[in-house]
Write a protein of this length. Structure first.
Length: 108
């Protein structure tokens, strides 16, 4: 299989692909849903909400943060996480455009 050549795609296409890849695991979806439910920055409670070990949760949090889906602020010895609304606005715009275009298409 050939290597992915991201330089052949636009910055926006690469950005959406990175976000989509980060959303491609159910544990990460569960983390986002939990952060939405509590509607505040969370430091240590996320591990208690998932059936995963702390290092695994930390890795998922890292992937979500690298994709820009969550923000992390250092408070003492802990990192507190919350949703990054800017990235979700980007996703909302992207998918709203798809919905808008497909509503007007006459296909299959």
């Amino acid at each position: 299989m050939g290597a992915t050549k991201t330089e052949h795609f636009t910055e926006k296409q690469n950005q959406i692909a990175t976000i989509a890849k980060a959303l491609g695991h159910p544990a990460r979806i569960a983390i986002i849903e939990y952060l939405l439910k509590v509607n505040e920055c969370i430091c240590g409670d996320i591990v208690n909400e998932l059936p995963l070990a702390q290092p695994t949760v930390s890795q998922h949090l890292k992937e979500l943060k690298n994709a820009g889906l969550i923000k992390g602020n250092i408070e003492g010895n802990a990192i507190c996480y919350c949703i990054d609304e800017v990235t979700f606005d980007i996703l909302n715009t992207y998918f709203s455009n798809i919905i808008s275009v497909t509503k007007n298409q006459k296909c299959c």
